[in-house]
Ligand binder design. Structure first.
Ligand code: PHE
Length: 348
């Protein structure tokens, strides 16, 4: 029995657990209800009376040794776990590298919209908004669209309620409707841009969509001339694309402006040399514009003898295309993260 105890004492003294499982195995082996110490005490009952005295002491010392070793090791393990987990006393390892933040990026159309707004804001334009569901008056009639104008046709417009023409309700086909609302509800001078989503009844393809985004602009005051219109838009193009782009105006027609023009810039992709983006002409159209028709001013309660003004409108998708060369319009509205995350946020 003494030899056995010596052997166990040696084992206890050299015991060094790697984890709490090994320590628990140690406790069960020595101190458990079916453990070695319990067993030694059982054997102790059978020894003779004179051995009892010496062995009693040895056995008690052995028991105390095992208990002290267990308590000491348990405390040591606990403090180790604690320092590894920064005091939370759980098995979560806070020293592991964390999950990175997935920062989103702005949609390319938002980036371009914000850039356009920023340029016009610096010229003193304010931002105006209006409803996407419009009545005939604001979308067409006030803007001098003749009754039989093809843009009122079912092919171009999504009608929500089709009545007799003047009571029709539709999804707005341009944000010129916001210009009408602004002129009706205020007094000149007006200097504002109208960004927003517009809808047209077109088959969806790489080059056309049933909705897109516009920024339109309106400037009404005394003595506003076509020269002001040209200079404002020259400045806009310079700010957006840089100084080395050519600009040209071509005569055009819109019911609500007279005279009307379309503005082209030298192709941003090939710089005028000719490429598929400009259909090998070297020019791309970026906006429509003109002097607000006196009829429109009168329709909105503005004295057309006193006031003149210009208006313009551009598609944000077109501007974004020229900046980022996106060949399929549908990508703008498909919410594909692989597409969207390529656009670094330049404006916060
Ligand atoms: N409203 C026109 C369109 O949607 C654009 C435009 C606005 C043209 C203002 C001239 C003046 O196509």
């Amino acid at each position: 029995m003494q030899a056995q105890i010596d052997q166990y004492t040696e084992e206890i003294n050299t015991f060094s657990p790697a984890n709490s499982d090994e320590l628990e195995a140690f406790r069960i082996k020595f101190l458990g209800t079916k453990g070695i110490i319990k067993d030694l005490f059982e054997q102790f009952k059978t020894v003779g009376p004179e051995e009892k005295r010496t062995f009693g002491k040895v056995l008690n010392q052995f028991k105390q040794l095992a208990e002290a070793k267990y308590t000491e090791l348990k405390e040591l393990l606990n403090s180790e776990i604690e320092s590894r987990t920064c005091g939370t006393n759980s098995e979560i390892d806070l020293t592991l590298p964390g999950d990175g933040f997935n920062l989103g990026s702005r949609h390319p159309l938002s980036l371009v919209r914000l850039e356009i707004i920023d340029i016009f804001k610096r010229l003193g334009f304010v931002v105006a908004e209006g409803p996407e569901i419009e009545d005939d008056w604001h979308n067409f009639s006030a803007l001098n669209f003749p009754e039989e104008h093809p843009a009122r046709d079912m092919q171009d417009t999504f009608f929500i309620k089709k009545n007799n023409g003047k009571d029709d309700i539709a999804l707005r086909t341009h944000t010129s409707s916001v210009q009408v609302r602004m002129m009706e509800n205020g007094k000149p001078p007006f200097r504002a841009i109208m960004p927003g989503r517009v809808y047209r009844n077109e088959a969806i393809s790489a080059r056309a969509h049933c909705f897109f985004h516009q920024v339109e602009g309106l400037y009404i005051d005394e003595n506003v001339s076509f020269a002001d219109l040209k200079q404002t838009l020259y400045h806009f193009v310079q700010e957006l694309y840089g100084a080395d782009f050519q600009v040209r105006f071509r005569p055009s027609y819109f019911p609500f402006t007279e005279p009307s023009a379309e503005m082209d810039i030298s192709c941003t992709i090939c710089k005028g040399a000719g490429c598929p983006m400009c259909k090998y002409t070297g020019w791309v159209e970026i906006l429509g514009c003109g002097m607000v028709d006196p009829n429109v001013l009168e329709n909105c309660g503005i004295d057309s003898k006193k006031y003149t003004g210009f208006a313009f409108g551009m598609g944000i998708e077109r501007i974004a295309n020229l900046k980022y060369v996106i060949r399929d319009l549908r990508l703008f509205s498909e919410n594909d993260v692989r597409f969207l995350k390529q656009f670094k946020t330049e404006i916060i």
